[in-house]
Write a protein that binds this ligand. Structure first.
Ligand code: ADP
Ligand code: ZN
Length: 344
């Protein structure tokens, strides 16, 4: 088992290891949680893992309740949030009790937001069951629901008390969902971890790869918990990626869009002499190996207006994450004239 300390305003541990879902009760006791637990999950994950988690918690003396959402991004809204909050109140959870997210990013984001606002904040534990949630959304304290106007537009920074990443559930992930997670894994390699990229070119231990990504995220979050500077590095490939997702009406999944975004911005940097060709070659090799697309279905010019609507833009200027060499990216604020020239 690997342990990583996240030094956010509220420090906590991320543990990574096989079998953690089966021992989650003891792990939660170990950080002095007690009383009632509300497990929040979705209808794909519930039949696979809810019983294991409930039993582990009951065996450790917790009173266990559960709430199952329909799977998918469409559940990440205020209606579902309010249903969860009402059910949590109905079950009598108090300030000393705990909400547990068992699922992917959708469950984690919504459950985290509920934990942030129920009685002005209760304990919160993340049990990510997707690769994407394990390496990205479960660590760092961003919680949210979507608004009609866009994704993740309402939420709070709220750090969990504990994150347990068990790679065993990845075995039941559909291939496309696994690939989505790999896009974020590849991203960590290009922003700061060249050795990770070398591991990814061989056969690897999931535990080690997840731990490297979580370590990177923990380091970045410790320096910039509220996303004002360095944390923007995590946005590599995301400005173009978010535009592709939005333009497709969210038919193209996040990981695939980010993969295309990373390739596009790297191609642009190579073309403008900002980054060596070798970096692009490694990226293309890895995206192919992990079944990720590299070509945008839309010409860049059709994506520009979607980029300015991204949360990471201010006015028409956008802070881009530019690859400079393999394992090293730079943040650069570019005016609309500059970024259209770079990407055209
Ligand atoms: P994310 O990719 O952000 O983690 P979701 O929370 O929507 O997004 O999860 C992606 C999909 O995978 C959902 O349909 C969810 O129900 C399903 N899912 C999550 N974990 C597993 C798992 N371990 N095995 C099978 N399906 C899963
Ligand atoms: Zn992402």
């Amino acid at each position: 088992m690997k342990r990583i300390d996240v030094r956010a305003g509220k420090p906590y541990q991320v543990k990574i290891g096989r079998g953690l879902l089966r021992s989650c009760g003891a792990e939660m006791q170990g950080i002095n949680l007690y009383g009632k637990i509300m497990i929040v999950t979705d209808d794909n994950v519930a039949p696979l893992y809810l019983q294991t988690v409930s039993e582990s918690l009951k065996n450790c003396g917790f009173s266990v309740y559960s709430h199952t959402l329909p799977h998918g991004e469409n559940s990440k809204n205020f209606d579902e949030l309010v249903k969860l909050l009402n059910f949590t109140a109905h079950c009598g959870l108090t300030r000393s009790d705990t909400l547990v997210a068992l699922g992917g990013g959708v469950v984690g984001d919504l459950c985290g937001f509920a934990a942030a606002i129920y009685m002005r904040g209760v304990h919160f534990v993340q049990l990510p069951t997707t690769l994407l949630a394990a390496v990205d959304s479960s660590v760092g304290g961003k919680t949210a629901v979507d608004l009609t106007a866009g994704k993740n537009l309402a939420g709070a920074f709220y750090q969990p008390d504990l994150v347990l990443c068990d790679p065993e559930p990845f075995a039941t992930l559909p291939g496309e969902e696994y690939a989505n997670g790999m896009a974020e894994v590849i991203k960590y390699g290009f922003i700061r971890d060249k050795e990770l990229l070398e591991l990814l070119q061989q056969s690897f231990e999931e535990e080690e790869v997840v731990a490297r990504c979580v370590q990177s995220k923990a380091d970045i979050v410790a320096n910039d918990e509220f996303d004002r500077g360095e944390r923007m590095l995590l946005n590599f490939g995301h400005t173009v990626g978010h535009a592709i997702e939005a333009k497709s009406g969210y038919a193209i999944p996040h990981g695939q869009a980010v993969a295309i975004g990373m390739v596009k911005i790297t191609q642009a940097c190579v073309k403008n002499g900002l980054c060596p060709q070798e970096t692009l070659d490694i990226m293309l090799k890895l995206t192919e190996r992990y079944g990720l697309p590299t070509e945008s279905p839309y010409p860049m010019s059709e994506l520009f207006d979607y980029m300015v609507n991204d949360k990471k833009s201010s006015g028409d200027a956008i802070t881009f994450v530019l690859p400079r060499e393999t394992g090293n990216c730079e943040l650069k604020k570019l005016t609309r004239t500059e970024w259209t020239a770079l990407l055209s």
